[in-house]
Design a protein around this ligand. Structure first.
Ligand code: FES
Length: 143
């Protein structure tokens, strides 16, 4: 299994350089055409402003202290999915596209609800509970 650092280096060198140099636009930067929200983990919750969805219905939530990113999917104004980007096959980081997620290690794919669409992954991606307030989505990493 690749480490998070190896994965980022292999798949998104440009993005990693952007993050390392601190080039951001209102805490958002692009990686594989999806915006990345640089999270600040507080007591196992992450708060993401709704303005993060200005460019896309998909936002990658990243805290460099945490091994795997979270893909936050806006399904409607009231419904969001927070998917742990950790493959259920052998715990490899998965990549997100506008139509789903894939694992570069053995080729598993997942839809934007986290369901397996191509094996060998045996289980859906883990979903975290989300809570919507006026201006934010809060992801509960304990759920
Ligand atoms: S680790 Fe993801 S398909 Fe094997």
């Amino acid at each position: 299994m690749k480490t998070r650092r190896e994965f980022l280096k292999d798949t998104c060198t440009t993005c990693l350089g952007t993050v390392a140099l601190g080039f951001t636009f209102s805490q958002l930067s692009s990686c594989s055409s999806l915006p990345v929200f640089k999270a600040n983990l507080e007591q196992k919750t992450v708060t993401v402003p709704l303005t993060s969805f200005a460019e896309s219905n998909l936002v990658i939530v990243r805290d460099m202290q945490v091994q795997f990113d979270i893909l936050l999917v806006k399904k409607s104004a009231e419904e969001y999915n927070a998917l742990h980007m950790k493959c259920s096959h052998r715990d490899n980081p998965v990549s997100a596209t506008k139509s789903g997620l894939y694992c570069p290690e053995h080729g598993s794919t997942f839809d934007l609800d986290g369901n397996v669409t191509k094996e060998p992954a045996p289980l859906p991606l883990k979903k975290f509970k989300t809570t919507l307030s006026d201006q934010n989505i809060t992801i509960d990493l304990n759920s």
